[in-house]
Design a protein around this ligand. Structure first.
Ligand SMILES: O=C(O)Cc1cc(O)ccc1O
Ligand SMILES: [Fe+2]
Length: 437
């Protein structure tokens, strides 16, 4: 619900108390001998204790019962198409395009966790290196259950339907054209109003941060103050049979307990879930000539240890002015040492008006050639170059990764959404070479 309250900022050290229970946060220390209101103190560490200060993240939770109070975890066989096996299929270097993924019909009830489908990925959660791209396809809410990901962070991009997310740290509402990040280990449950679809970038290596701005200066792109973190909220209802679901080393497990995980009355720290409205992005672009690389549109990045090279960047293609002179303005033809997975939240994508629809996707793998389709090339190379709004009413995005992504069996076969005709969009491009002009 949009009436939720939020704390503003990125990477800040926040504190929050549920307003129904004032003075629940200890003053001047983390572990009092007895916490106020009979609460238990629990630290959630999101980095090694000894990580440098700039990367050191943790949050102290003051809750009715410690998370340790649960029955043993057992394997859970829902989410049939959640995968971490990157060898299900032969490698496929082709340009891939998916038609919009199907949302379950009203006959079957599928919640957010059951509706997780893995499209592609690389690496291994056990060695804490890699990523997975999932889509969620669901129509019902999680009830007396919560999910957490032991393997890494989730960056969630809703495409259809508003997500009403309750986390241990509080509640947030995330609509299409907004995104949220739920860091590793933080428990959450998702309520939906009806058919819901979206994309998830899961990273195993580390947390998302804002990209450096270099010569852009101190302001621009996604500004820290526009990120919103929930305020503390606990569920006052008595819950007797609660299910905690963990994704651990790629597989799902469930444990039963007689209390809700949403029992945190107060918390403080810098390891938090957050949301961001993509319409707040301050767009930077060329005002002279040529097409800038899409890294200018990076919202968040999960860096690797190699300077300037991301495990994954989250990049958007927002509505903006296009003013470049004597320039082919759409994206250039490209072969890339990075993988490019794209999705579409709203409208149509500028380089391919046809075939790439909202709720669908494309994957241009490492060194797989791609670029504007025939229609786009013909139009843009002859267009009169006046200042123009582009991508109005649209929002495409890209997960760009330095890893070579493998497509799952669901992605390549079971979903039945791969568009075999995709390659045709470039076939009409003619050789126009003339030795003498
Ligand atoms: O359309 C794409 O595939 C993504 C993309 C966008 C852009 O502006 C430049 C290069 C590029 O690959
Ligand atoms: Fe590209």
């Amino acid at each position: 619900m949009s009436q939720y309250k939020y704390l503003c900022g990125f990477g800040s050290h926040f504190s929050s108390e549920d307003e129904r229970c004032p003075n629940s946060l200890p003053v001047g220390q983390n572990s009092p001998q007895q916490c106020a209101h009979g609460l238990y103190a629990e630290q959630l560490s999101g980095s090694a204790f000894t990580a440098p200060r700039t990367e050191n993240v943790r949050t102290w939770l003051y809750r009715k019962l410690p998370s340790a109070v649960h029955k043993p975890f057992q394997a859970l066989k829902t989410a049939k198409y959640l995968s971490h096996n990157w060898d299900e299929q032969q490698p496929n270097p082709n340009q891939l395009r998916w038609k919009p993924f199907d949302v379950p019909t009203t006959q079957q009830q599928v919640n957010f966790v059951e509706g997780l489908h893995t499209v592609c990925g690389a690496g291994d959660a056990r060695t804490r290196h890699g990523l997975a791209v999932h889509v969620y396809l669901c129509n019902s809410s999680m009830d007396t259950a919560a999910f957490y990901n032991s393997d890494g962070d989730f960056l969630i991009v809703p495409q259809q339907g508003v997500l009403d997310i309750v986390t241990e740290l509080g509640r947030m509402s995330v609509a299409p054209n907004e995104i949220c990040v739920i860091p590793q280990g933080i428990r959450f449950a998702v309520k939906v109003e009806g058919p819901s679809r979206g994309y998830i970038l899961e990273v195993y290596d580390g947390h998302f941060c804002l990209p450096d701005l270099g010569p852009i200066g101190a302001n621009g792109l996604a500004n820290p103050r526009d990120f919103q973190t929930p305020v503390a909220w606990f569920d006052a209802a008595e819950v007797k049979n609660f299910q905690v679901i963990s994704k651990f080393q790629g597989s799902l497990f469930a444990a039963q307990q007689d209390h809700s995980v949403f029992d945190v009355v107060a918390w403080h720290g810098n390891y938090v879930p957050y949301k961001y409205d993509l319409s707040k992005f301050m767009v930077i672009n060329s005002v002279s000539f040529d097409h800038c690389d899409p890294s200018i549109f990076t919202v968040l990045t999960c860096p690797s240890l190699r300077p300037g090279t991301a495990i994954a960047d989250f990049v958007i293609f927002p509505p903006r002015w296009s003013v470049q002179e004597h320039t082919f303005r759409p994206p250039y033809y490209h072969r890339n040492c990075m993988s490019e997975f794209m999705g579409l939240i709203l409208g149509r994508y500028e380089a391919k008006e046809d075939g790439f629809a909202a709720g669908g996707a494309t994957l241009h793998s490492i060194m797989t050639p791609h670029g504007p389709d025939f229609k786009c090339f013909e139009g843009a190379s002859k267009a009169q170059l006046k200042p123009e709004r582009v991508a109005e009413g649209t929002q495409a995005f890209m997960f760009e990764s330095s890893l070579s992504l493998a497509v799952t069996k669901w992605g390549e076969q079971t979903c039945q959404k791969l568009d075999a005709a995709y390659y045709e969009c470039w076939q009409a491009l003619q050789n126009k070479f003339k030795l003498h002009n």
